[in-house]
Design a protein around this ligand. Structure first.
Ligand code: AMP
Length: 472
């Protein structure tokens, strides 16, 4: 399939060509004709699938005057894209700039965390396509700076995240301001019942487009897991980044405090790194992101909420410095690499306290993540016999997963003092407020037979077979 077979107009074909896209991605192939035909769409697609172009290209085409929509209403908001985070809003706005460069349409972005004056100025100058986060959008509607009476196309992006972040009331408020006779495009990486209910309440006779169900991880991503004690994680990270010629690493931590600390540790190890999280100002976040995109720093350390929506092309590595509390987050995180057909590496660190979270991730993706031996072997627990693996999976071994820590329970870290505990909470941006997935971990299966090296007792906690990261 080629873009020109999708009946896109020449300025859009030129734009995708200059963006370097050769062929449409599956979500684009499926969605573009439906949107051009004026249908409502329920799109179930995970990040990195090319979803933005899947809605942006046909929206531009419809507003540009083909398909009989005419230029009437130019300068009035005729397409609205609501998305959960500032970063995502900015990136969608940038995509509209790129795809719409040959068309006489104006787009603008409004989001919170910055003064509104510049955004209001642009709105006053006339906008055809508005990308917005829910809070700022409602503020500007309330102040009379945004009118949605002429809206023709409404896009709700990352709807699952939107609900996780508690935006349901904001969405209901927005819906009260938009005309009933509109085209609605609804995108979500996952489709839990509350999201499906919202979708059904706002879509009219929708067609469903589904690519990459959330339980699948992108095939082009090489995944590897290191068992490593918490105290050694930053050393392991620095060793891997410098020792494997990592060009661009997005490092995920669970907490804001953790993100700052990891960035500091990397900097001390002479690796250029910056942190982004909910406590950083919008300007600081944008500056860090820009430095990362320009290759001025090697590692961007981020909490999940801060990283949501970041579109960093050619990101070579994702590091899960901490295993996420919500297993679906693992898929979102590693989906930051291996985008649009490129390969990528996703490296996860698992310490003693994280076995249950790792279990939940592996249960969700349906297989064990291949392990590599850490240059800083885990010392807090012993190895158990290797559980049976599905055929085709690598034979990495799991430690005993919390049943038998060497050196007694007091090897586990002491509880944080009340002062430090406050700083070590997960990023309290709303996006991380969802409760832990708390899956009860599956019990490891007993080995099919004895005698393999994997049944041998550990030597100082280190696995014997050396499977070095990067040697696959
Ligand atoms: P998205 O899922 O919209 O965040 O897009 C993920 C990445 O894929 C972005 O960097 C896009 O620029 C890129 N992309 C989108 N469509 C295509 C395509 N057809 N071919 C190659 N790259 C694409």
């Amino acid at each position: 399939m080629e873009f020109k077979e999708l009946n896109l107009i020449q300025p859009l074909l030129d734009a995708v060509e200059s963006a370097g896209y050769r062929t449409p991605t599956p979500i684009q192939t499926a969605t573009i004709p439906l949107v051009l035909a004026g249908r409502d769409v329920l799109g179930c697609a995970q990040t990195g699938t090319g979803k933005t172009a899947a809605f942006a290209l046909p929206i531009l085409q419809r507003l540009a005057g083909t398909e009989g929509s005419g230029r009437c209403g130019a300068g009035k908001i005729r397409a609205l894209i609501v998305t959960p985070t500032r970063e995502l809003a900015i990136q969608i706005g940038d995509s509209f700039d790129v795809y719409g460069s040959g068309l006489p349409l104006k787009n603008s972005v409004v989001y919170g965390g910055v003064r509104q004056a510049a955004q209001v100025e642009k709105l006053k100058a006339g906008v055809d396509i508005l990308v917005a986060t829910p809070g700022r959008l409602n503020d500007l509607i309330d102040q009379g700076f945004i009118k949605l009476d002429d809206l023709r196309i409404f896009v709700l992006d990352e709807a699952d995240r939107m609900l996780d972040m508690g935006f349901i009331n904001d969405i209901r408020r927005i819906l009260r301001h938009i005309p009933g006779s509109r085209q609605t495009l609804f995108f979500s990486a996952t489709m839990p019942p509350d999201v499906e209910k919202l979708a059904m309440s706002i879509l009219r006779d929708p067609l469903t487009v589904k690519v990459d169900p959330v339980t699948s991880t992108v095939e082009s991503i090489r995944q590897v897991l290191y068992y490593v004690d918490k105290v050694n994680k930053s050393k392991l990270l620095a060793t891997l980044i410098s020792g494997h010629d990592v060009r661009s690493a997005l490092v995920f931590t669970r907490t804001k405090h953790g993100a700052d600390k990891v960035a500091r540790d990397l900097t001390r190890a002479n690796i250029k790194a910056m942190a982004i999280h909910g406590n950083k100002s919008q300007n600081a976040r944008q500056a860090a992101l820009t430095s990362f995109m320009r290759g001025e720093i090697t590692a961007l350390v981020a909490t999940d909420i801060a990283a949501r929506g970041l579109d960093i092309s050619e990101l070579s590595h994702v590091f899960n410095y901490d295993i996420p509390e919500d297993p679906e987050t693992y898929i979102h995180r590693i989906g930051r690499t291996g985008r649009a057909g490129l390969s990528g590496d996703a490296v996860s660190f698992c310490c003693f306290d994280e076995f249950e979270r790792l279990f939940a991730v592996e249960k969700l993706i349906g297989y064990r993540i291949p392990t590599a031996e850490s240059p800083y072997p885990m010392e807090v627990c012993t190895y158990s016999p290797e559980p049976a693996r599905k055929s085709g999976q690598s034979s990495g071994r799991h430690p005993s997963r919390g049943r038998r820590p060497q050196g007694g329970e007091n090897r586990r870290q002491a509880p944080a003092s009340p002062n430090t505990r406050k700083d070590r909470r997960p990023d309290t941006d709303p996006g991380t407020q969802k409760s832990s997935a708390a899956a009860s971990p599956p019990q490891p299966k007993q080995p099919a037979g004895g005698g393999s090296s994997s049944t041998e007792p550990p030597q100082g906690g280190a696995p014997r077979r050396r499977r070095r990261y990067g040697s696959r």
